[in-house]
Design a binder for this molecule. Structure first.
Ligand SMILES: Cc1ncc(COP(=O)(O)O)c(C=O)c1O
Length: 431
């Protein structure tokens, strides 16, 4: 193992050339860089630009754009993208053999590794194409009767709400949405859910972390109050897995769906579904599988012909993720968020809709400037500095609850890029 000094010496001696050609030793370099950090506090690692430079150079990015819209979908590290291309090339030699017989069976190694990382039994983990598919398996696969009630929030994700709305029309179930102010207070959120439960409530659907405000929900408390009443929980973890560390055993949910092409940095078109063992048989698959598979988590993967490359390259994304370390990654993301949020909140017109408590937020932050519509802020940042963010507005236009731009750095974001954003926002807020 290298000492931190040896690592830094090698880093600066090799500056540029070694980084520019990221070679098959890439994961080793990341591991070595990680080992050199061993024993240091998370706070120290979070601001060690030499360490993060090794991480940043692991990607092929367009640095002419300051990408602060990493919430929706993210670039994969070089090693992941190379694995994806390699598997596609292998498949294309003779898909009926190379894809189906050689590559596809290795989905089991990915299931094992994901399950290990999230602290679940592999027999409870299905690999899907995105969080939408994972959540819809639960939403459309649970038996419900007319009059049964689903409890959620008015800030939950649009597509997931459309899915429940379809059940409202088709199965005559009822959808109830609670409202809450931002930044939310944990106990208040739990109380709002509790107060809205009725004898007809059969499902509680909520986000682990909000894509709008970046708030991390009290998942354990909400799942506990549902479990006590026999209510099924569907947790939308689209933005959670790979973003900040947690185990599925931290909260006793029935279904958990996450994207892997967001914070885990796996190839586009990858997702994860956890189903509590006693719910597998009771859940209808989106695409029906053989009756003999009714108790098998793999029934949710019966989707017809699809590329094996995408899901197999998840293994590489997990390696990269572990190379950084989940705790270090979250500490860096919190550091980057705090860097811009602390500066901007010193300004009069700035409204921060995300709390500063690191326990309840991570990389995602939403910020507004009084008097400037969010899309105008986003357009100005883009036009003036090629900074990419996304506009957020919650509520109806005539009764807006909050609005702003959502800012999401990632592990490849540099502090210089964050500072360019701070400067551009400061100029706008003072204009
Ligand atoms: C909260 C939330 N849920 C679900 C999804 C759907 O994720 P995907 O597009 O990976 O299916 C998103 C996407 O941004 C999201 O933000």
């Amino acid at each position: 193992m290298w000492t931190r000094r040896q690592f830094l010496n090698r880093t600066s001696a090799a500056a540029g050339a070694a980084f520019a050609t990221y070679n098959p030793e890439a994961l080793n370099r990341l591991r070595e860089a990680g080992e050199a950090q061993s024993g240091r506090s998370l706070a120290d690692v979070a601001r060690d630009e030499d360490f993060w430079r090794v991480v940043q150079e692991g990607f092929t990015l367009d640095r002419t754009i300051v990408n602060l819209n990493n919430g929706g979908v993210c670039p994969s590290p070089r090693v992941v993208h190379e694995a994806l291309k390699r598997y596609l090339d292998i498949s294309n030699q003779l898909p009926a053999y190379h894809m189906w017989r050689i590559l596809e069976p290795n989905i089991e190694s990915v299931r094992r590794d994901l399950a290990h990382d999230i602290g679940a039994d592999p027999e409870t983990i299905a690999i899907t194409r995105n969080a939408s598919e994972s959540l819809q398996i639960a939403q459309l696969g649970i038996n419900l009767r007319p009059g049964d009630e689903i409890l959620t929030t008015n800030q939950d994700y649009g597509r997931m709400m459309n899915t429940w709305e379809q059940r409202v029309l088709r199965d005559e179930v009822k959808l109830t949405k609670i409202k809450f102010p931002v930044p939310p207070v944990q106990s208040d959120l739990v109380q709002r859910f509790e107060a809205a439960i009725t004898p007809a409530t059969k499902v509680i659907h909520f986000m682990h972390i909000s894509n709008l405000s970046g708030h991390i929900f009290p998942a354990k408390e909400i799942c506990d109050l549902a479990r006590k009443r026999g209510i099924i929980t569907v947790v939308d973890g689209a933005h959670a897995y790979g973003h900040f560390p947690f185990k599925i055993t931290d909260f006793d949910c029935d279904y958990y769906g996450s994207s892997l092409h967001k914070w885990l940095l796996a190839p586009v078109g990858t997702g994860l579904l956890y189903v509590r063992p006693d719910r597998i048989e009771k859940t209808w698959a989106l695409q029906p599988a053989a009756a003999s598979q009714s108790k098998n988590i793999r029934k949710f993967e019966e989707i017809g012909t699809h590329p094996a490359a995408n899901h197999n390259a998840i293994a590489e994304a997990l390696m990269f993720h572990r190379g950084i370390g989940g705790e270090r990654k979250a500490a860096r993301l919190r550091y980057l968020k705090a860097r811009w949020a602390t500066e901007l909140t010193k300004l009069d017109r700035i409204e921060l809709h995300t709390g500063m408590d690191p326990a309840h937020s991570c990389a995602i932050g939403t910020v507004g400037i009084k008097g400037i519509p969010p899309n105008d802020i986003a357009a100005k940042l883009w036009d003036d500095q090629k900074i990419l963010v996304t506009g957020i507005a919650v509520g109806e236009p005539q009764s807006l609850e909050y609005s702003g731009i959502r800012v999401t750095p990632n592990v490849y974001t540099t502090v210089d890029e964050v500072d360019v954003f701070i400067e551009a926002m400061t100029k706008l807020a003072k204009s």
